[in-house]
Ligand binder design. Structure first.
Ligand code: PMV
Length: 366
């Protein structure tokens, strides 16, 4: 088991008790985007504390829309109802109940309410795109709107910090979906405000080369993953290369911060692709080992490398814990690259399906 020796101040996130007058019906909505990591989080300590810091682009079009109604509870125990795309969804409940159990000590006011959640994703169901990041960020945003209605003087900075803190307890990477456009989660020496407890936006102006940076997601495999990310993270415990990997992630994050400041796209490509392959190398060298890439993932990578050598355009790939490929490229090279995607890469996707997305600003009230 990875042992975390750092002391973290979680007291600041414990909400005060509410009064009985505050227990009445409330209703809130939120739209939260997905995000794609440039330097990857893989491996964690207890309570969703990351083994290394990570950095991601917040997306726009891949998002979850959630409305939550909080009603004064009718029975001794608060009840939870979950609807997905208008239909009751029992299978979502265990994950949300685990989430509520993790956050209840920070949000004891939830003990007074029955919770009704209505949620939908903008991306196709079971497309292999993780909906946990956007889903948990959206729920957390609604819960924080409830908390803010008890304490209206709550500063926006606290609202966002605690939203990310709660989202993290649902799914680590969800902590990076609250803010935009580039978010660091995990303590890093070059970002003063960074924390293992929540994500923060980078503290400098993103270079103009990254303005509206594009992310096209090639849907290579929509099936259920053979190994979940929960299991994958656990396999970093006792992983033979874990220590070196965690150190490397620190270094890579430092290098990435410089790149995002100076706009060097060649270095960006090298670092992003190396991070993606390192993530999958960790999977392939876990005990037991596993592979989440598919033959088509590798064929796409070869196509990208050939295209880049031929055109000199700045198209690169990154991977999540799955077979789908995220294509990252500058907005001003969009036309030629989109043509290449349509003519060449779409054929590797299930039913030729891919999703066009770009850099975004984070979770908002809808
Ligand atoms: O948030 P989780 O527990 O689903 O882990 C996500 C891990 C990766 O997507 C592989 C990397 C990352 O930093 O998002």
């Amino acid at each position: 088991m990875l042992v975390n020796v750092k002391k973290l101040n979680v007291q600041q996130f414990i909400a005060q008790q509410i009064t009985t007058e505050m227990v009445k019906p409330y209703s809130f909505t939120a739209q939260a985007p997905s995000n794609i990591a440039l330097v990857k989080y893989w491996g964690k300590y207890a309570n969703q504390i990351p083994a290394n810091p990570s950095i991601s682009f917040t997306l726009t079009n891949c998002h979850t829309d959630t409305s939550i109604t909080f009603e004064p509870k009718k029975q001794k125990k608060p009840q939870l109802e979950v609807y997905f795309e208008g239909k009751q969804k029992e299978s979502f409940k265990p994950k949300i109940l685990t989430f509520i159990a993790r956050i209840i000590k920070y949000c004891t006011y939830l003990n007074h309410f029955d919770i009704h959640i209505d949620t939908k994703n903008s991306f196709p169901h079971s497309s292999g795109i993780a909906s946990s990041a956007s889903g948990m960020a959206a729920i957390s945003h609604c819960i924080m709107q409830l908390e803010k209605s008890f304490y209206p003087e709550m500063p926006l900075s606290y609202f966002n910090q605690k939203s990310s803190f709660l989202a993290r307890l649902g799914s680590g990477s969800a902590s990076r979906s609250v803010a935009g456009e580039v978010v660091v989660w995990g303590k890093h020496e070059q970002v003063n405000a960074s924390s293992d407890l929540y994500g923060v936006s980078i503290p400098f102006q993103l270079h103009k080369n990254f303005k509206n940076y594009q992310d096209t997601i090639l849907l290579v495999d929509k099936g259920e993953k053979v190994v979940s990310s929960t299991v994958g993270h656990k396999l970093m415990n006792n992983h033979p290369y874990a220590k070196a990997r965690f150190e490397q992630a620190h270094q890579n994050l430092g290098a990435m911060l410089d790149i995002l400041k100076n706009g060097n796209l060649t270095e960006f490509i090298q670092l992003v692709e190396s991070e993606a392959l390192t993530l999958h190398a960790m999977m392939m060298t876990s005990v037991p080992y596993f592979i989440l890439m598919k033959p088509k993932t590798l064929e796409i990578i070869q196509e990208i490398w050939r295209f880049r050598a031929k055109t000199g355009l700045h198209l690169c790939f990154t991977l999540d814990a799955g077979a789908n490929v995220h294509l990252l490229y500058p907005n001003d090279e969009k036309e030629l690259i989109n043509h290449f995607i349509k003519e060449k890469l779409a054929q590797y996707c299930q039913n030729n399906q891919y999703i066009c997305d770009e850099l975004g600003t984070g979770t908002r009230t809808k």
